[in-house]
Design a protein around this ligand. Structure first.
Ligand SMILES: Cc1ncc(COP(=O)(O)O)c(C=O)c1O
Length: 395
């Protein structure tokens, strides 16, 4: 039985739209991430999962330790449900959440905030009472790649902290303030971890990507090591986090890095098909029903316009996955309430049949569905809520 037959059979009694998680594929993907990490623990990036029961199941497997959350309210919520060691990977300006953090000994013990400037330190200090338990902080380091005297930049625009002296100064500032404890350092090389080195289209572009990534990795190995050394003179770091799904084996080779992060690799969305170093199995899919047939080789499905975040373009569209061979209309793309799909496979589809899609990114899918149907073999064995299904929309 092929995957399409399995998924159709498992959900035959259900009416789409709905989302499924192929558990065998999820487990295989998780095992592959652990293999690639070569013994260093993987912190689970919750933004790419966005379902508490699934996060818990992943964390119960060998090789995973701690959560990389995306907002402080999310981290507080996860900790209130018993999760521990939660790193908020992005700075927060949420005063109410900071006050809640400072009011809870357990939360203050389990949650680490991200900072990259004295401005962050001042802001947090102003938001929490003076006698609060010390808050755990992680320093965010810019891991982007600069060339041609800074005129070319690859990587996400995040932290202004780049050089060892700057990082050590900020660490010293933190050490002076009694309300804080610097426990971690994070440097995420988005230009390697999040950019496929086997992109579709131009071979010349692929060569440029690979060259940039090789140079960036070489530069980072030295700089990340120097920054970690400089910060360790001032603070007792518990962890140094780096990387993501696309860079694991490269990141963990650095001695200075104690753990890596990964999230997208669990669901293996469309954008992660374009790497030479690893492959995964599509684990999270959504089904949309065929509701009309405008022409013999066209079907229209309900909904579909679940575009991924990031710089806009065709790569952000969901992929019509099964049956293979369907494509969007250039005029309509993926629509708000209906989506025409063109191609020969449409000839065999009838009203009520389903088309299976993959999201371009991983966790954003869960903002569209209240639950994930867990598929084992050709059966749905359980339904678990997404964040949205638990009434939580953190972003
Ligand atoms: C700080 C940080 N680390 C790691 C990742 C990698 O996550 P994923 O494995 O989902 O690509 C991201 C994604 O944006 C990130 O922001």
């Amino acid at each position: 039985m092929d995957d399409r037959q399995r998924y159709d059979r498992a959900t035959a009694e259900l009416d789409p739209p709905f989302a499924i998680l192929d558990m065998e594929a999820l487990r295989a993907n998780a095992e592959s991430l652990v293999r690639r990490a070569g013994g260093k623990p993987i912190r689970v990036a919750s933004k790419s999962v966005r379902s508490r029961p699934i996060l818990e199941r992943i964390l119960a497997m060998d090789g995973f330790r701690g959560v990389m959350a995306f907002t402080l309210p999310e981290a507080l919520w996860l900790v209130s449900h018993g999760l521990s060691d939660v790193l908020v990977a992005y700075p927060t300006a949420d005063r109410a959440a900071l006050a809640r953090l400072a009011a809870s000994e357990r939360a203050a013990r389990e949650i680490t905030l991200m900072v990259d400037s004295a401005e962050h330190l001042d802001y947090i200090e102003a938001a929490v009472p003076a006698n609060s338990p010390p808050l755990r902080l992680c320093l965010d380091l810019d891991a982007g790649y600069l060339a041609f005297g800074g005129r070319f930049r690859a990587g996400a625009l995040r932290s202004p902290v780049r050089e060892p002296a700057h990082a050590a100064d900020l660490a010293a500032d933190i050490a002076k303030r009694p309300g804080f404890r610097l426990v971690g350092l994070m440097a995420y090389e988005a230009q390697i971890a999040g950019v496929g080195d086997d992109p579709p289209g131009s071979a010349a572009f692929a060569r440029v990507v690979r060259l940039m990534q090789a140079r960036s990795a070489r530069e980072l190995i030295l700089r990340r090591g120097r920054v970690v050394n400089a910060v360790r003179q001032v603070a007792d770091l518990e962890f140094v986090n780096g990387g993501g799904t696309g860079s694991i084996e490269r990141t963990v080779r650095e001695k200075a890095v104690t753990e890596c992060a990964a999230g997208s690799g669990f669901f293996h969305p469309r954008l992660f098909d374009f790497y030479r170093g690893f492959s995964g199995r599509p684990a999270a899919l959504f089904a949309l029903p065929v509701v009309r047939r405008p022409a013999p080789d066209v079907v229209t499905v309900l909904g579909g316009g679940y575009l991924a975040s990031g710089a806009p373009g065709p790569s952000r569209l969901p992929q019509p996955y099964l049956p293979p061979g369907l494509r969007y209309s250039a005029d309509e793309g993926a629509g708000e309430v209906q989506t025409p799909l063109l191609g020969q496979p449409a000839e065999d589809l009838r009203v009520g049949d389903r088309v299976w899609f993959r999201h371009a990114k991983a966790g954003e899918l869960c903002e569209r569905f209240a639950g994930l149907l867990l598929v084992e073999g050709d059966k749905v064995v359980e339904e678990v809520p997404t964040y949205r299904g638990e009434g939580k929309t953190f972003l």
